[in-house]
Design a protein around this ligand. Sequence first.
Ligand code: LLP
Length: 427
Amino acid sequence: MDLNIKTTENNHLEIGGLDAVKIAEEHGTPSYVIDENRIRDNYKRFYNAFSKYYPDFKVFYACKANTNIAVLKILEEEGSCIDAVSPGEVYISKKLGFKGDKILFTGNNIKDSELKEVFDAGVILNIDSVSALKRLAEIIDPDGVKISFRVNPMVGAGHHDHCITGGVMSKFGIMDSEAVEVYNLAKELGFNPVGMHSHIGSGILDPEPFKLAIESTMDIAGKVHNETGIEFEFLDFGGGIGIPYTPEEKVLDLDKFAKENMDLFKKKLKEYDMNKPTLYLEPGRYLVGDASVLLVEVNSIKESYRKFIGVDAGFNTLLRPAMYDSYHHIVVANKMNEENAEEVDIAGNVCESGDLFARDRPLPKVEEGDILAILNAGAYSFTMASNYNTRPLPKEILVSGKKSIVVREKQSYDDIFQKQTMPEHLK
Ligand code: LLP
């Protein structure tokens, strides 16, 4: 099994060298618990794999996966750059020390005021449409401004339809057939287009689509290079590398993956007689996904038409199972040595029938008071949480050097309502 699971001597789940049950006792549930070392290890493994075959390489962490400020700072210390998709992500990254040129902004359907805001922040803009290009040219002085374009490589893949971002149904990027025209237009407007970007989707464990995407993006880049004379300073193939969520899924062989893709990349650079641009990749899930768990407590067990294990968090806290039907492995943190004994449904506390973390899940005999750990909760989990049902956002705990540190307090009810204002006539 390739899932990141460790056990203490007393058969409890271990996170970063600490006992998950003790963390739950100390900090309460639900709590997201983040293992600092795992993020650092993931980053190093990823960086080393690609830089070994193509040294001029930069990692742009796709921070939409997890914007906890400790997580961002850890990755900044490791040397990461940032893939940002909103002015908010640019704001927090800059505040934490990422310099403007270490942030690539890949927004889509961005309005003028936001374009201006991110431009003023000094980040590199990765433009998603002709509309954005033309509007940008009107609101700033384009003279010599370095930009990049997101292209649709007409290859898409992902763990769910919602997460496929290439191909004819995708709203992202400019068409391959219009690329030359768009780069020429950018030059005419005065910009200095220096980059090309593509991203085919998220949660992909199959290496094949990535190869197709690199091939296709390189063909577009080669054509643009040949027909416009642009020498690319960077080429960016996005993120999307998956992690195992089920016990059956295997972790991607990163060294083999990097070698094959870098061979292809170098072959294409030669084929189109291009200089050596910097290679950018934008992993999100790969860096942070398996570094966190969500700890929840079993508060009620119902023997109805089915057996429901009720826990103290719901899809407001971790949306992926309800939104994408995603599998998250779940363990009983205080019974790690016990054999599976029954198949149960694990239900959250939100008032909707779809609020289930799992159906027919084999687990040891579960009792009220047990602590469940929902694994792989580091990516697209807290960042997609909400206040639905007026439930406060939970705590986040960082495990570092055998200490558990609160890195986000649980919201209060007043936090939830603080930006609302009562109209005069109702006071
Ligand atoms: N670059 C761009 C331009 C992206 O849009 C994304 C993800 C990434 C990089 C990082 O992808 P990753 O390496 O994390 O797969 N909420 C969904 C995932 C949506 C991903 C959106 N874009 C989920 O929970 O699975």
